[in-house]
Design a protein around this ligand. Structure first.
Ligand SMILES: Nc1ncnc2c1ncn2[C@@H]1O[C@H](COP(=O)(O)OP(=O)(O)OP(=O)(O)O)[C@@H](O)[C@H]1O
Ligand SMILES: [Mg+2]
Length: 480
């Protein structure tokens, strides 16, 4: 049977309620629990998840009192009160029960069926609205709410959902990400701050079969274990001081969707154990509860510290690391993909001028040249902030020019672009020139592979010993 929801009926047994129970279960496919007194209603509540309660006023208003208690113990249950035809009941008496609908006898099964259906629909909508508000971090800033005309994109740029890029490096990364998105495996996204890890995680979720279910984000940095535990696994009311009501927890709220765990490197060793258990079994045990429930979520995680290095240093569990990296994606820093800079700059200029409703003509060539020369330690975020600032300083109908640039970026020495693919050739004799070039090439490849010598040797077409010799000969070390 398709279970669309559970209805609890609390009323005198008799044909009237029986007809309603039958309609709700046969015509609407609801699961129906019936109780003829408050005691048995409480038993039913403790054993099942109830969505909506239909309660008769009863002798001495016991039913109403039950609804008042229910509002406190199970605030999410929709409450409907049934009154006798001529019963008088004031608003003041009803208010504490937070009643969703009031119905009068004689009861009409069809009408009640429709009411229950609409009630559950609007509750589901409210739930989704809550999730989406959280997901989209609905902005307080009214500029972001304005309808936005389509943003002109730089001609040759490519996109993966909201990621904009032209470089081959990002293209290759997004190709892997598209394929990984279609699987159910966890994905670990690594890279320096501001490189676009979160944007990539979102792109993956919206590119996966879970796109119609929620993507919920949890930043794991700077959180106590207890707080993180209750955020992710939920808690029962009273589980700890301050737990004034039940909390569902992200893992269950995102059922059938995705949970993005940001700054995963920051979780404590004991919390790593809880996460590992969840990844292995899909089981959730809310704090203060002895009931284990399961949840079907896909995990994406991000870190700007290398988990592999952390594992080697003993700061992160190896088994958890292996679990998380169903796929491991590394977003390269912006300075390693300078060809993305002009495309991103134009994209951000269009985005931010549009947001404040100011028409600008474009970006001057001198600005682009400066941007490409700068090394952007804050990566794409820093670039976006710079462009946003420049747009705010530029008048309507002007270009973004170097006079609007911040001093640090303006001061960047020009990137030495020579015929040798961006390396500066030094020395006078051929031997000196070749050696200066060789030193830079080896150094660049090593730092790109974070000094993983076998990968660097592989790319350079050298043996590991050959590479070690070059490192020694040119006195290269990790500090650059
Ligand atoms: N390729 C891109 N295209 C468009 N916008 C981008 C791109 N990469 C990053 N951004 C923007 O740059 C900012 C930083 O991106 P994001 O928050 O995803 O970085 P992050 O890697 O998660 O950073 P951190 O490690 O600091 O959390 C965001 O405003 C994002 O929209
Ligand atoms: Mg981030």
């Amino acid at each position: 049977m398709r279970e669309l929801g559970t209805v609890l009926i609390v009323g005198r047994s008799g044909p009237e309620w029986a007809a309603i129970a039958e309609t709700l279960s046969d015509e609407y496919d609801y699961r129906v629990l019936t109780a003829d007194a408050v005691d048995s209603a409480l038993t039913a509540l403790s054993g099942a998840h109830v969505d909506i309660a239909l309660v008769e006023y009863g002798s001495e208003g016991k039913g109403l009192k039950f609804l008042v208690d229910l509002r406190i113990s199970h605030p999410d249950v929709l409450r409907i009160l049934a009154l006798d035809a001529k019963a008088e009941l004031g608003q003041r008496e009803m208010a504490p029960a937070g009643i969703y609908q009031l119905i009068r006898k004689p009861l009409d099964a069809k009408q009640i069926g429709l009411m229950v259906e609409r009630g559950l629909e609007s509750r589901e909508l409210a739930r989704r609205h809550r999730l989406l508000t959280r997901e989209f971090k609905i902005p307080a800033d009214p500029a972001n709410i304005h309808a936005r005309h389509s943003l002109p994109l730089p001609p040759e740029s490519r996109r993966f959902e909201k990621l904009v890029y032209v470089s081959e490096k990002l293209h290759d990364l997004c190709e892997v990400a598209r394929k990984a998105a279609k699987t159910e495996l966890p994905i670990l996204i690594q890279g320096a701050t501001g490189t676009g890890k979160e944007l990539l995680a979102r792109a993956i979720h919206y590119h996966s079969s879970r796109r119609d279910s929620p993507l919920l984000v949890q930043n794991c940095g700077g959180m106590s274990d207890e707080l993180l535990q209750s955020e992710l696994f939920g808690h029962k009311r009273g589980a700890f001081t301050g737990a004034v009501s039940d909390r569902l927890g992200l893992f269950r709220a995102a059922d059938r969707g995705t949970v993005f765990l940001d700054e995963i490197s920051e979780v404590s060793p004991s919390f790593q154990v809880s996460l590992l258990r969840f990844l292995q079994e899909g089981e959730v045990k809310p704090l203060g509860s002895d009931k284990i429930v399961t949840s079907d979520v896909r995990i994406l995680a991000a870190s700007n510290r290398s988990l592999r290095a952390l594992v080697a240093a003993g700061g992160f569990r190896q088994d958890l690391y292996f679990r998380l990296r169903g796929f491991e994606l590394e977003v390269p820093p912006l300075q390693d993909r300078p060809d993305d800079i002009p495309a991103l700059a134009e994209f951000f200029a269009a985005k931010h001028s549009d947001a404040i409703g100011r028409k600008i003509l474009g970006i001057s060539a001198a600005v682009l040249e400066k941007l490409v020369s700068y090394d952007f330690p804050g990566n794409v975020r820093e670039l976006e902030n710079e462009i946003r600032r420049m747009v705010s300083l530029t008048e309507e109908g002007e270009y973004l020019t170097t006079k609007h640039m911040s001093p640090a970026i303006l001061a960047a020495p020009p990137r030495r672009l020579s015929s040798a693919g961006g390396y500066a050739v030094q020395g006078t004799t051929l031997k000196e020139k070749v050696e200066s070039l060789e030193k830079q090439v080896v150094n660049e490849v090593l730092s790109r592979h974070r000094w993983n010598q076998s990968r660097a040797a592989n790319e350079l077409g050298l043996s590991r010993v050959g590479l070690a010799n070059k490192i020694k000969r040119y006195s290269l070390d990790e500090t650059g």
